[in-house]
Design a protein around this ligand. Structure first.
Ligand SMILES: *Cc1c(COP(=O)(O)O)cnc(C)c1O
Length: 398
């Protein structure tokens, strides 16, 4: 292993006494992000005002940062651009892909997908009318469900609840053999598992930066378009910054070259500054090391919890090859158990109806924390410490 995880860990600001196992939902603060954002605010926005778009290079940031994200997901320079939220990027990728396969009407997804992806797909199908439909099947049935009616597969590689991981290469190959295009959602893959978009011959991919990439709440999403499609894909959200010449202010839309056309409107410069600081830490790590260490942490957690907490049922695949970087357990009182854990400094999260979710993020979590988290969970379970009214009232965000 060449990655120095003690060094990467020192780059994050983590509150005293907290074991943070929720970096799969919101990554922690990279220490350098505070100063980096402050500099963008005072020295750039404060001093340069609107000239910052040129002088500070703001306008080029979405693709410059996109290239850095691309390195983590096997995408060559010039194929990834940042902007908007993931839900919007799902819409864009899906709409473009559907238009490129005009004789077919089915969007195929699975019931393990994140609801926003399904809602967006359903909403788009309704807008398009003309026979478009969203077909969802159980995750294990996706392969068989790819038939000659499927225009586009919309699959999230790693299941947000269970961590179950689809075989991207295999499913993409099958989809292509049946004449379908592929949109892969990397929300729980980018920064969690090695991804090889080029090697898997993926058509479109999207993902977010505030989970494993640590860009902070509301950080921008990314979209990847395969080079072979880049100049053919028509962006359904044809905003001015995706235009070939935004400052010509033409009345007609002409898509920009390649991935630039997937830009929509004004980019979030402060969030991109935070993401740049976060990506400096990623430059210190290799994805293979991160993956090997995340498997070691996940395996230790499963062994520890199963030995001490017989009432918790593993919800994630047991084979680490078939899961992402999170481990989930089921329990009917999962919400209260998670609140009891959080009250004791172990932060994971809960996903309805009964899932306790723990993310393992080697950049800042080590074996010591996994051991300690296992001990605290064992105390909570063995003493039924979760069984208190204040742990059972659901908050707005779970
Ligand atoms: C986290 C997540 C989202 C969230 O979308 P936003 O628009 O960023 O809120 C969407 N899809 C998947 C698969 C996710 O895991």
């Amino acid at each position: 292993m060449t990655t120095d995880f003690a060094a990467t860990r020192a780059m994050f600001q983590l509150p005293e006494g907290v074991i943070y196992l929720d970096g799969n939902s919101l990554g922690p603060l990279p220490r350098a992000a505070a100063a980096r954002v402050a500099r963008t605010v005072t020295a750039e926005w404060g001093e340069m005002l609107i000239t910052g778009w040129n002088k500070a290079g703001w306008m080029a940031l979405p693709s410059a940062v996109g290239d850095r994200v691309g390195r983590l997901i096997g995408a060559p320079p010039g194929t990834v651009v940042m902007g908007d939220t993931l839900s919007i990027k799902v819409y864009q990728a899906l709409a473009s892909a559907l238009e490129m396969n005009p004789d077919r009407r089915v969007i195929l997804s699975d019931t393990g997908n994140f609801p926003s992806d399904l809602y967006i797909a359903d909403g788009l199908a309704r807008t398009l009318k003309d026979g478009y439909t969203l077909r969802t099947v159980p995750p294990e049935d996706v392969e068989e469900a790819i038939d000659e009616d499927v225009a586009v597969t919309l699959i999230t590689e790693v299941d947000y609840r269970t961590g179950r991981r689809h075989d991207m290469k295999r499913l993409t190959k099958i989809a292509h053999a049946k004449g379908a295009l592929t949109v892969w959602d990397l929300a729980h893959s980018a920064g969690a598992v090695p991804v090889d978009l080029t090697g898997c011959d993926v058509d479109f991919a999207v993902g977010c930066s505030y989970k494993y990439l640590n860009s902070g709440p509301g950080g921008p999403a990314f979209i990847y378009v395969a080079p072979k499609h880049a100049d053919a894909a028509r962006p359904a959200l044809s905003g001015w910054l995706g235009h070939e010449a935004p400052f010509a202010f033409d009345l007609d839309y002409r898509p920009g070259a390649g991935i630039e056309r997937m830009r929509v409107g004004t980019p979030p410069i402060l969030q991109l500054a935070a993401l740049e600081a976060a990506l400096d830490i990623w430059d210190m790590a290799t994805m293979d090391d991160v993956r090997a260490q995340s498997i070691a942490l996940g395996e230790a957690f499963i062994a520890g919890v199963e030995a001490a907490c017989p009432d918790l049922t593993l919800a994630s695949p047991r084979d680490p090859e078939h899961r992402g970087s999170q481990v989930s357990f089921r329990h009917p009182e999962g919400y209260a158990i998670m609140q009891a854990l959080i009250a004791r400094g172990v932060i994971g999260d809960f996903r309805a109806p009964d899932i306790l979710r723990f993310g393992f993020t080697p950049l800042y979590i080590g074996m010591e924390e996994v051991t300690r988290a296992t001990e605290i969970l064992a105390e909570v379970m063995q003493g039924a410490l979760w069984d208190r009214p204040e742990y059972k009232t659901r908050a707005r965000v779970t």
